[in-house]
Write a protein that binds this ligand. Structure first.
Ligand SMILES: [Zn+2]
Length: 472
């Protein structure tokens, strides 16, 4: 639901675009890299097949995105957003000041993270480092796990100072409620989750590479698809509880109203969960995660503590929009297709003699090539992020129109969007770069403008401007 920029828990980079177990029985060996032998002449043919598959999947992905994204959730022309209509000058200045303070660590952290992984992956530095640490380990899976740990230990400090810096900004503006101990514990948990995923991915990938030295990329692409789908399905029950506790919304008029609204909307919902988000933040948020048997609608306790019930209903109506359209499942399938495409592209990187030489590794099967793999994953994820955000913003706008259709209450909708923006200090007029890089949702003023468009379109009294009702 939340508005504005996504504040990611650090350490999750590279977690989803990779490979998973597929086929290949156990064939463990001590040493020795495949990559030489009678199949040598097949290498260019295999690379050509991987390149063609990458292009085909990329075209398929583009078609799926163009066809399934709700580009215009509300018919008719879109009104231009105007922050001055609903936000007081002090609110605009505070939100702008906050985002101006948050941008330097965000950009610097992004650049530093990229530089470090590129330095490790595109020079022999990473291979040398991985070689020196993993060489003494005799057992191959241990060498791979060791390589993952070493890369995490080396790359994490590059981002940490900037994350610390961001956290001090959140504290200064009263958005973070965490002690430093809890903050570091979150970082460690996040790193642990990333490492588990990386180790599973690396072990599976190398099993495939050793069994099918030429055609491993096909199995890896299928594995990438399955892994993303499985991760998205399991996320609510495996990962979310590591960070938050959840309980059912207590019985009362609000819960009764929300469940009645879901029934009216023909969305099967038998519970609404409340997350103890206030231990970490004052931000307001709600979300839907998982699909099938793991699907859940979650609201932050911060929302229940501070917002009027009618606004909470509007927030949940938006989440019902996601649930009704199956946005999580749809996003998962598109993401999984993106992962399969990314894996094929990665296989081209990992089989390029020039890049391998540059990285100081012999072949994709060489554990020292993992630094090159990390660089490839990081760059691909970064390239994909603006496209993901673009699609996400349109899907969020559709969930907003769903909330309006369901409640037919644009006045409360506008008040709720303003509350979210003010409380979360979202940038009200993001620059094009901020918008592309961080905005998973339309800006608050855009969402409000859409609420007024909806009112006009449905001949409902348009919500009055709220700026004047703002304390100076
Ligand atoms: Zn949403």
């Amino acid at each position: 639901m939340r508005a504005g920029r996504s504040r990611r828990v650090p350490g999750d980079q590279g977690a989803v675009t990779a490979d998973a177990p597929a086929g290949g029985g156990p064939r463990e060996a001590g040493e020795g890299e495949p990559g030489t032998g009678p199949g040598e002449a097949e290498a260019p043919a295999s690379r050509r097949a991987a390149a063609v598959t990458t292009v085909v999947l990329l075209v398929l992905l583009a078609v799926v995105i163009v066809v399934t994204t709700p580009w215009h959730p509300l018919p008719g022309p879109r009104s231009a957003p105007d922050p001055a209509l609903d936000f007081g000058p002090a609110q605009i200045a505070r939100s702008h000041g906050f985002n101006a303070a948050l941008n330097p660590p965000a950009y610097a952290g992004l650049v530093a993270g990229l530089l470090v992984v590129l330095l490790l992956g595109l020079t022999p530095l990473g291979a040398r480092l991985l070689g020196s640490v993993t060489r003494p380990l005799r057992f191959r899976p241990l060498r791979l796990a060791g390589a993952a740990v070493v890369l995490a230990v080396v790359t994490r400090p590059a981002g940490l100072p900037f994350d610390l810096w961001s956290e001090t900004v959140l504290r200064r503006y009263g958005l973070s409620t965490q002690h430093w101990g809890a903050w570091f514990s979150d970082q460690a948990t996040s790193l642990g989750v990333t490492l588990v995923i990386w180790i599973v991915v690396l072990l599976s990938l190398h099993l495939l590479i050793r069994r099918f030295p030429r055609r491993w990329w096909a199995g890896a692409a299928a594995g990438g698809f399955v892994l993303v789908a499985a991760a998205s399905f399991g996320y609510p029950i495996l990962v979310e509880p590591l960070f938050n506790s959840f309980h059912s919304m207590p019985a009362g008029p609000l819960r009764t109203d929300l469940l009645a609204m879901a029934r009216r909307d023909h969305v099967p919902v038998d519970d609404v969960l409340v997350a103890d988000a206030s231990k970490r933040t004052t931000e307001l948020n709600a979300y839907v995660s998982g699909f099938g048997s793991t699907r859940r609608i979650v609201v932050y306790d911060t929302l229940l503590k501070t917002e009027p019930p009618r606004q909470v209903e509007l927030v949940v109506a938006h989440e019902l929009g996601h649930a009704k359209r199956g946005d999580v499942l749809h996003g998962t399938l598109v993401g999984a297709l993106g992962a399969a495409t990314g894996v094929c592209a990665l296989s081209l990187i990992m089989s390029s003699p020039r890049l391998l030489r540059r990285a100081g590794a012999e072949s994709a099967a060489d554990p020292r090539s993992i630094a090159l793999l990390l660089a490839g994953v990081t760059v691909l994820l970064q390239v994909a992020a603006p496209v993901e955000n673009l699609v996400s913003r349109r899907i969020e706008a559709r969930a907003d129109t769903h909330a309006l259709d369901l409640t037919r209450d644009p006045a409360t909708y506008v008040a709720m969007q303003r509350s979210l923006s003010v409380r979360n200090l979202d940038e009200l007029s993001p620059s094009a770069l901020e918008y592309a890089l961080w905005n998973t949702h339309p800006s608050g003023p855009e969402r409000i403008a859409m609420g007024r468009d909806w009112a006009r379109l449905h001949h409902v009294a348009p919500p009055r401007p709220l700026a004047k009702e703002t304390p100076p």
